[in-house]
Design a protein around this ligand. Structure first.
Ligand code: NI
Length: 160
């Protein structure tokens, strides 16, 4: 990745704090627990999942810097959503957490050198992931789940 592309990506990722909270404003709170069936997540579950994945990102970036090459943990998202009671957990805590982690990650990424971005961790399934790749994946991950929230909202609207 060249440095201007990287800078653009870090900006894009950092702005997700604002983009996500703005995005959530378009969905009335009384539908945040709506799910079309048991196999799909509601917005509350999507938010807790997003926080868990960002927390993993937080650790992966720092592991790559401090202990490059180390194997990191890869959560089984369906087990987490089932065994960790997302559905009973305070959704505002999830939002606060996501905003905090993105801010902390964005700030750290802005201080890294070109060489740092080539430092990597070992993912049990995807193999070597350097910080550039982690950044790209996490940026996309949030976008994917923001789209999923829109989908849930559209399904909820269609049922009324
Ligand atoms: Ni996900």
């Amino acid at each position: 990745m060249d440095s201007s592309e990287r800078r653009r990506l870090i900006e894009n990722y950092s702005r997700k704090t604002y983009a996500l909270t703005e995005h959530l404003r378009s969905f009335p709170r009384d539908m945040w627990d709506f799910k079309p069936d048991d196999t799909h997540w509601c917005i509350r579950e999507i938010l807790w999942h997003t926080l868990d994945i960002e927390m993993h990102g937080y650790l992966r970036i720092r592991t790559a810097l401090a202990e490059p090459g180390k194997t990191v943990s890869a959560p089984d998202q369906d087990l987490w959503a089932k065994q960790v009671p997302y559905i009973q957990m305070d959704v505002d805590e999830a939002i606060e957490g996501i905003v905090w982690v993105i801010k902390a990650n964005g700030k750290l990424l802005k201080t890294l050198t070109e060489a740092d971005f080539n430092k990597s961790v070992t993912h049990p399934k995807y193999g070597t992931l350097n910080i550039d790749q982690l950044l790209a994946r996490h940026n996309k991950h949030i976008e994917h789940h923001m789209d999923q929230m829109t989908k849930r909202f559209d399904e909820w609207k269609a049922r009324k």
